[in-house]
Write a protein that binds this ligand. Sequence first.
Ligand code: NIG
Ligand code: FE
Length: 412
Amino acid sequence: MRILLTNIKELLQVRPTHIDKISGSDMAQLPVLTDSYLLIHNDLIADFGKMSDLPDSAFDQKINCEGRVVLPTWCDSHTHIVYAGSREKEFVDRINGLSYEEIAHRGGGILNSAKKLNETSEEEIYNQSKKRLEEVISQGTGAVEIKSGYGLSVEGELKMLRVIRRLKENYPLPIKATFLGAHAFPTEFKENHKGYIDMIIHEMLPKIAAENLADYIDAFLETGYFSVSETCQIMEAGKKYGLRSKIHVNQFTAIDGIKACVEMEALTVDHLEVVTDEDIEALKNSNTMPVALPSCSFFISIPYTPARRMMNAGLPLALATDFNPGTTPSGNMNLVVATACIKMKMTPEEAINAATINGAYAMGISDSHGSITIGKKANLIITKPIDSYYQIPYAFGSNLIQDVVINGKICN
Ligand code: NIG
Ligand code: FE
């Protein structure tokens, strides 16, 4: 099957030669081809160029993209899409003045979601989760990472990871599964951290590895959650099973966690609402991608990741949603890109680079996704007619997406 897109007003993120990520001042450059065509052959990008150079090649279907912008689908490298129920009562509690930490101390937060998860059947969790997945695909997400972490028991964590596996089997987009057993200490292990960490390392991990249920491992490295040395034990144990780390760190406090993650060759460090100069130094010249989650900052009213400081220091940056029931009940990457521009002062070019190619890097798929490159998967957003790609962050509350293409097929 060959589909030819013609008269594309602006084709974004055109990278004729392979790149795996973009850093520092290079993030300000977003290669754009105006008045262009793109040829899809089966599931791949087969060709692209200026309309004036359109070759006389055969196709089965033609889509006239006059007035439209075409770009790679969003790569959302950090989500908790698999969960049971919701936590809107905590949302109202926050409006009335409680903080995220205070709510967690009162038994809300992650432990609240864990209770719901353990009481809900695998079938029901799958049904709730697939609705969220379908919604984010319709909003332009064409690759997604999903974490466990609301089980906090052997059975609960396995249940979540099996739901993620079923989503992988039933949906065409790439899904990466991350084991987040170290998301919080269950109440019965509050005074016995070693007991829970032993359970993660000696009970959960071997079972997860035996069923090949995870691609990455994560922990919540934070004051009151997992310490630097506890997180290092988790990262070390994951490494033994071939699982690279993607770590929640520096959300509320900076406790030298980033340096430890870089030393352990983590693929990503995520959140980073609080960042010290030492954290930035540690990330320089590393292969670890920092990931910002601005809709989390927006929703729970905490600082935004200092994107400008980080990019000025030469670092790359990826953007993701953090879709979860507590701190970000939204998986809308368009909103993330807009919030990054409005609140983090990223330019549209920087934000789109962060949400496509750098997002792909942050989930280990930048060889096949995240840019318009011949041979990469044909995962594309086709917008409605718009004046320019600046509209994507500018018109922040509007749905500008006409079609979402995954593996060469229109999905909506
Ligand atoms: O990424 N910070 C840790 N984990 C999630 C929130 C979990 C929850 O509140 O349910 C996050 O924000
Ligand atoms: Fe998260």
